[in-house]
Design a binder for this molecule. Structure first.
Ligand code: NCD
Length: 365
């Protein structure tokens, strides 16, 4: 019997499952030694990251030729994906759609519960159980932090082997964005000794920026990396992240201003103030915050290292001056494209098509 079919006692209720230590939950999300449900950035080991980076590079190269695109299309034409997005999204949504298209996966979307049976009073748990009859993978974005975890639990509980991929859950986690960010950093520092030992500065909303929270955890897997969190006091990174960094012996510093530290950094990870969470933040945030000290200005460009990069998960507002967009070190446009390749790699990996991709790559490129 597979681990999956055993339905252990811990799975009795979602609350019980939710309260398990993260290591135990990760076991449930893992099949054949690799992530099956992709819920939390802590599921990725350094080895898995290396495998995914390598696979992403291969897919990107294969897709340059028409025959390569045809090969990729032939990998998963028998799979169907559901994109269940209950929060605004353009790039994450489109990059998952493109990743599905590249691999031949057919897909459908529910983005508005006003047009689904939830409008008739159906619970979300029932809705996703219904979705599970039609699809082989569920990709979701949701305002609740435990949403992806809950759907994965429901599928496990009813015995449907459908992977759940978290495309952004509440202000907490965005593991696939962290994957594409690591991929972007890895590519950018290819000729500068890789990510190891680099100084990476998160700027803006370090508290509710789920991309910051997920990426900080992945970067803890790289030797000698030093992290900086530059944010107004009310939006500074939360203790669950800093405690994690402590346990991994990652050196980090909290900053309240960007400008004095420009010359030190290898990467700037700019973020938007996530004010959609203000109402839920129980008055903890002094909004409007003065974001002046957290804007990347055109005049900073000559002050940063020649090899430094400027990242942003997008969408951006005024936290980067538009003149910065055309600097060769502005990496945010490339991040979007990398997201499509990294998500293609993740889907291929979950459905165990990586060996086939490697064989094709070795023969044809
Ligand atoms: C981010 C998100 O949704 O968390 N966007 C994205 O997925 N690229 C960042 C943001 O909304 O600021």
């Amino acid at each position: 019997m597979t681990e999956y079919a055993r339905r252990p006692a811990e799975l009795a209720t979602f609350e019980e499952f939710h309260n398990l230590p993260i290591e135990r939950k990760i076991n449930y999300w893992t099949r054949d030694g690799r992530p099956f449900h992709v819920v939390n950035s802590r599921q990725f080991t350094r080895g898995i990251l290396e495998d995914l980076i390598d696979l992403t590079n291969k897919i990107r190269r294969i897709a340059k030729a028409k025959t390569g695109v045809e090969f990729l299309h032939s990998l998963l034409p028998h799979k169907r994906a559901m994109l269940f997005f209950k929060q605004p999204s353009t790039r994450t949504f489109l990059s998952f759609v493109s990743a599905c298209d590249f691999l031949g996966i057919s897909w459908a979307e529910v983005r508005d519960s006003g047009v689904s049976s939830e409008a008739k009073g159906e619970t979300e748990d029932d809705s996703v159980r219904v979705f599970s009859s039609f699809f082989d993978v569920m990709i979701m974005r949701h305002p609740d932090s435990s949403s992806a975890e809950r759907v994965a639990y429901i599928f496990d509980r009813i015995g449907r082997p459908i992977p759940v991929i978290n495309g952004g859950a509440g202000p907490d986690e965005h593991p696939t964005q962290a994957l594409l960010d690591v991929y972007t950093l890895d590519r950018s520092f290819e000729r500068q000794g890789g990510i190891e030992g680099k100084k990476i500065c998160f700027v803006g909303d370090c508290k509710r920026g789920r991309t910051v929270r997920s990426l900080a955890r992945l970067l803890a897997l790289y030797e000698g990396v030093e992290l900086f969190f530059c944010a107004p006091k009310s939006l500074q990174v939360l203790p669950d992240v800093t405690d994690y960094l402590h346990t991994k012996n990652v050196k980090f510093t909290l900053l309240s201003e960007l400008e004095p530290h420009l010359g030190e950094m290898d990467a700037f990870y700019m973020t938007r103030i996530q004010d959609e969470w203000d109402a839920k933040d129980r008055g903890n945030v002094n909004t409007p915050v003065d974001i002046g000290p957290y804007i990347f200005r055109e005049r900073f460009l000559p002050m940063i290292k020649f090899g430094a990069i400027i990242m942003h998960p997008l969408p951006k507002r005024n936290e980067i001056e538009p003149a910065v967009d055309n600097d060769r070190r502005a990496m945010y446009w490339r991040q979007v494209r990398n997201g499509m390749w990294a998500r293609s790699a993740l889907l291929a990996y979950i459905f165990q098509r990586d060996d086939e991709i490697k064989r094709y790559f070795n023969k044809n490129t």
